[in-house]
Design a binder for this molecule. Structure first.
Ligand SMILES: NC(=O)c1ccc[n+]([C@@H]2O[C@H](COP(=O)([O-])OP(=O)(O)OC[C@H]3O[C@@H](n4cnc5c(N)ncnc54)[C@H](O)[C@@H]3O)[C@@H](O)[C@H]2O)c1
Length: 568
């Protein structure tokens, strides 16, 4: 994909072109023969013959022959022949011949021949021939498919939710009800160990179905068995407290139902392994709710790191300095129920590190320092609940439970206010004795691929735009993704080019920056047979890092092998 520059130097290359050009040095040109050049900057041109050139910047071009070029930036390209080109940014392209192109951003294109493209988020295109691409932009895309495809129909899918709390009902269940017409999801019943919570949850969902114009009412299942054995139910959502994941997963699998399990997989490695065994016993994959796997800036950042835009990734920093003192106010306040902040929140982060490392890499060493700071030293004299307290305090329930930017709000269900058990309330005082969870950690993870990763984490960070960032440093550049703005700041070519890629997602004002809508859409394709982005083995791999970090922290930073939890 050949080339203009800010000051174009027209030229023709008849012999192999192996230029390694940065920014304005590579002019417009035509390459006949293999091209293995690296262009950073603005490029326009034509390549006849195999092309493995990497183009970063604005590129327009025509490639005749095999094209394995990763293009980051604005790309318009026509490929005749095999195309395995991942394009990040805005791209418009036509592929004649097999295409396995991965387009991130707005993609318009036509694939003539087999298309296994994963195009996100807005796709306009026509496919002639089998279309097996997971096209996550299907909702906003327009296109025609001629030939056999794997598009899903919208037949009703009956769902039972076990654990009718915030996650199950007020995030995932609510998004399911909102997308009922598009996805066919019908929540048949909710079940909770607190019957009043379940009753109010069902009423909440009924109102959402009515608002979406779908005539459907949600029942309350009296127990787990009744919920999962109902013949009207095809899929079970397990959103109980983290220490209560195993039993409903097992029951659902044994009832022959498809299962969605929220993160973290469990509190103990024994439960996690039992869940992996239950999946094997049932024979169908279980989908896990690592939300960042469905959140556009994370997906784009990691895909971009794989295009070669930064060179091979060598180091990763996940910085999570978040105002999550709510963990001290909710059931998460004990290790027994949640595994602590490093499990509840850290499980997301460790999954991201494993995701960046890739499926072939194994974590081989973990070190960690941190634990519980003195900021939340227990105060036996503090009133137990915020609602009973008139002290001046930066951790008032009504402020700490809401993160507007993340789309997380107060749950319209009074069972949290009426509860007497601290595990069922949401306004426990952060100083209430009895909490034993960690609140900060610095963790390093070494992978057998050579990648080194660091998680820099606390739940007492201030609310700030940059409270959660992912930085990936490669051999020739780095990218830094900021979760709250969704922007990716990319430096390529050893510093020759820097650009900021805006958040390329719709619905960022919906919960988890739109990720829960994407998750529900993905669930629909999961039911139709698509492999989930994350499964229970990913859950186990994440928990292995959590456990190793906890063990290392307790031993003043000694290195632990996460594969067997032994000290190195
Ligand atoms: N993916 C994400 O981003 C995300 C976000 C929030 C929570 N979660 C996860 O979802 C799960 C639930 O968290 P939540 O915030 O919704 O908590 P929650 O307290 O709001 O809801 C959990 C519900 O499960 C019920 N429950 C507990 N044990 C049960 C059992 N054995 N049988 C039936 N009901 C039971 C509780 O009564 C409660 O109503 C946790 O594992 C949590 O880590 C994931």
């Amino acid at each position: 994909m050949p080339a203009t520059t800010p000051a174009p130097t027209p030229g023709a290359t008849i012999t192999p072109d192996q230029d390694h050009a940065r920014a304005p040095t590579h002019g417009a040109g035509t390459g006949t023969g293999p091209n293995t050049g690296l262009d950073a900057g603005t490029t326009a041109g034509a390549t006849t013959g195999p092309n493995t050139r990497q183009g970063i910047g604005t590129a327009t071009g025509t490639v005749a022959g095999a094209d394995t070029e990763p293009g980051a930036g604005t790309t318009a390209a026509t490929t005749t022949g095999l195309n395995t080109q991942p394009g990040a940014g805005t791209s418009a392209r036509t592929t004649t011949g097999p295409g396995s192109e991965l387009g991130i951003g707005a993609t318009t294109g036509a694939a003539i021949g087999t298309n296994t493209a994963s195009n996100t988020p807005t796709t306009t295109g026509a496919t002639t021939g089998p279309d097996n691409g997971p096209r996550t932009g299907r909702d906003t895309g327009t296109g025609t498919t001629t030939g056999q495809g794997t598009e899903t129909d919208q037949a009703p899918i009956g769902v039972a939710i076990i654990g009718a709390g915030e996650r199950g009902v007020y995030y995932v269940g609510s998004r399911m009800a909102e997308l009922a017409a598009e996805t066919g999801f019908r929540i048949v019943s909710v079940h909770d160990r607190l019957p009043e919570r379940a009753r109010l949850a069902a009423a909440h969902l009924d109102a959402l179905y009515a608002g979406a114009g779908v005539g459907h009412t949600v029942g309350v299942a009296p127990d787990l068995t009744a919920a999962v054995t109902d013949p009207a139910v095809q899929m079970v959502l397990v959103t109980t407290h983290t220490n209560a994941h195993l039993e409903p997963v097992r029951a659902a699998v044994r009832a022959g139902k498809r299962v969605y399990l929220d993160k973290p997989i469990s509190v103990s490695l024994a439960d996690a392994r039992a869940i992996v065994a239950a999946e094997a016993e049932g024979g169908a994959p279980i989908m896990m709710g690592f939300t960042r796997r469905y959140e556009r800036p994370w997906i784009d950042a990691i895909a971009l790191s794989r295009t070669g835009a930064t060179g091979t990734p060598r180091m990763v920093l996940l910085r999570s300095v978040i105002p999550y003192t709510r963990y001290l106010q909710l059931w998460h306040r004990t290790n027994a129920a949640s595994g602590g902040a490093i499990n509840d929140k850290g499980s997301h982060h460790f999954d991201v590190l494993n995701w960046v490392a890739g499926p072939g890499a194994r974590a081989v060493s973990v070190t960690a320092m941190g634990g519980r700071s003195s900021i939340f030293a227990p105060d036996p004299d503090a009133p137990a609940r915020c609602s009973e307290c008139d002290r001046a305090c930066p951790y008032r329930r009504h402020e700490t439970l809401i993160d507007v930017a993340e789309g997380v709000g107060r749950v319209p269900n009074d069972s949290w206010l009426d509860a007497t058990d601290p595990a069922d309330r949401n306004d426990n005082c952060v100083y209430l004795p009895g909490s034993d969870i960690d609140d900060h950690a610095v963790v390093t993870v070494q992978y057998d691929s050579g990648l080194v990763a660091c998680l820099f984490f606390t739940i007492f960070g201030p609310y700030a735009e940059d409270q959660e960032t992912l930085e990936i440093i490669g051999e020739s550049g780095r990218l830094r993704m900021e979760r709250h703005s969704g922007e990716i700041d990319l430096v390529s070519g050893h510093g020759a080019e820097r650009r900021v890629i805006p958040a390329g997602a719709d619905n960022r004002d919906s919960s988890h920056f739109g990720a829960d809508l994407e998750l529900v859409r993905t669930m629909r394709r999961f039911i139709a047979g698509e492999a989930p982005p994350a499964g229970v083995r990913d859950g186990l791999a994440s928990l292995e890092l959590v456990e190793a970090a906890r063990r290392s922290m307790a031993a003043n930073g000694r290195a632990v092998d996460p594969r067997n939890q032994e000290f190195l």
